[in-house]
Design a binder for this molecule. Structure first.
Ligand code: UDX
Length: 452
């Protein structure tokens, strides 16, 4: 059992703190946001993450986890302090490290005994050395400490299982003994533990996310080619995936990647490369392909409907991916802006993210369920592949719509079934014939064209 402090109670910090507590450690989770901490002390979570509310509640109850806003109260008794604060990206891709700086200065002023400072935040390569300089220059008296880089590989919606069953634990430090002590903390996870230097550990995080993003842009480029040649990209991905060097993972074509990590991390890595005069050719292409996906969905819809002006478009899903309420860099939000700019009217449904979306987009009507979303819509565009959308009664869906048009941004439906049901359907890399046109027979509009 060890005493840990975790600084930052966002997705990474809260999951890390709650999981380390569940492993039997005594954890103090710290944040400077008083409201957020007060809510957590009442067991109210600021984020949606399956299983986290129960995990936090259980460990609060057991006295293994507590929340505070005070560095003095928490750092003093800690052997390890984990930094898990946000590192938002700037316009050019450079990382904003102000929260890391604030945490480092506060830790330096609060520490009264030797400390191991473990950085979980995604930071530009070289930040570990910068962090050590800040701590050293802000200590009241010189107290020994070490910095260890321990990048996180947590997917939103699967963060607890990703923490408890990691593919690997990566540690980097100039102090092997400190790295070894952090490794001991991770032994109960029974996963491979890699100890390397600070810069390499920081780079492993960026390279991993950039590679996953590259797989996504690769399959999206293949989807574009499949559409022109009448091949089915889902079948292509399945056939490719049997190769253990490829695997079927992260080969789902569609609207592309969003979220708080991939867009920021790919851009930051490209920025670091360019700053050192190494032109990030492939990373630029990965970003360009991904950016084009949103406009492509609008193009497909316009091709199906003719003009978008005055048409009612239903957005099925808003969150950047299923099992989260996170809207950061969600493709649906950019799609909404593009549709609005062409004069379309918007309605949306999402099982979890609608409240947050309503704050961001008050002009979008929010529907209470998928069927009321579909009522009188000229087209439905699938933006997030929530499971409940896959099980919908599609005949009822069809009958609710003004025009039975579905643009499937996440390829959740079967093109042949959609054609049988009378939908005019377009997927991303599926549902196209050898002539490059959508398979479904265009059906004359079932209502006379009312002036809108
Ligand atoms: C990612 C990494 O997976 C995780 O290891 C890292 O720590 C944080 O960033 P996350 O952003 O939560 O996790 O979600 P992830 O499941 O990786 O999906 C990222 C984006 O890619 C989502 O927008 C998702 O819709 C998209 N995606 C994913 C695809 O478009 N196609 C795929 O095949 C997989």
């Amino acid at each position: 059992m060890k005493n840990l402090t975790v600084v930052g109670v966002g997705h990474v910090g809260l999951v890390t703190g709650a999981c380390f507590a569940d492993l039997g450690n005594r954890v103090v989770a710290l944040d400077t946001d008083q409201d957020r901490i007060a809510g957590l002390q009442r067991g109210e979570l600021p984020i949606y993450e399956p299983g986290l509310e129960e995990l936090v509640g259980r460990n609060l109850e057991a006295g293994r986890l507590r929340f505070t806003t005070s560095y003095a109260e928490s750092v003093a008794e800690a052997e390890f302090v984990f930094i898990a604060v946000g590192t938002p990206g700037g316009a050019e891709g450079e990382a904003d490290l102000k929260h890391i700086r604030q945490a480092a200065e506060s830790i330096a002023q609060a520490m009264i005994a030797p400390l191991i400072i473990v950085n979980k935040s995604t930071v530009p390569v070289g930040t570990g050395d910068w962090l050590a300089d800040i701590v050293r220059s802000h200590q009241r008296v010189s107290i020994p400490f070490s910095v260890v880089s321990n990048p996180e590989f947590l997917r939103e919606g699967a963060a607890i299982s990703d923490f408890m069953q990691p593919a690997r634990t990566v540690l980097g430090s100039t102090d092997p003994r400190a790295a070894e002590k952090v490794a001991q903390l991770h032994l109960p996870l029974r996963a491979p533990i890699m100890i390397t230097d600070l810069r390499t550990a920081e780079m492993i995080k960026y390279a991993s996310n950039a590679f996953l993003a590259t797989k996504i842009s690769f399959i999206n480029e293949i989807a574009n080619i499949c559409e022109a040649l009448g091949a089915d990209v889902k079948e292509v991905a399945t056939g490719m995936g049997y190769d253990p060097r490829i695997t079927p993972h992260f080969l789902e074509a569609g609207l592309g990647y969003g979220g708080s990590c991939f867009p920021k991390d790919v851009k930051a890595l490209a920025y670091m490369a360019a700053e050192k005069g190494r032109h990030p050719q492939l990373l630029q292409a990965v970003m360009e392909i991904n950016d084009d996906r949103r406009a492509l969905l609008v193009d497909k819809t316009r091709e199906m409907l003719g003009s978008l002006r005055g048409k009612l478009i239903g957005l099925l899903g808003l969150a950047f991916k299923p099992n989260t309420d996170d809207l950061r860099e969600a493709p649906a939000l950019e799609v909404a802006q593009l549709f609005s700019s062409e004069g379309a009217r918007l309605r949306a449904y999402d099982p979890v993210a609608m409240d947050r979306a309503a704050e961001l987009f008050p002009e979008i009507q929010m529907a209470s369920d998928p069927y009321s979303l579909a009522a009188d819509c000229d087209a439905i565009v699938v933006c997030t592949e929530w499971n409940e959308f896959i099980q919908l009664d599609l005949q009822r869906f069809h009958d609710q719509m003004r025009q039975p048009v579905i643009i499937d941004g996440r390829n959740i439906y079967d093109p042949k079934q959609m054609a049988r049901l009378g939908f005019r359907y377009a997927g991303f890399g599926q549902g196209y014939g050898p002539d490059g046109m959508p398979l479904s027979e265009p059906e004359p509009a079932r209502h006379e064209e009312r002036s809108l």
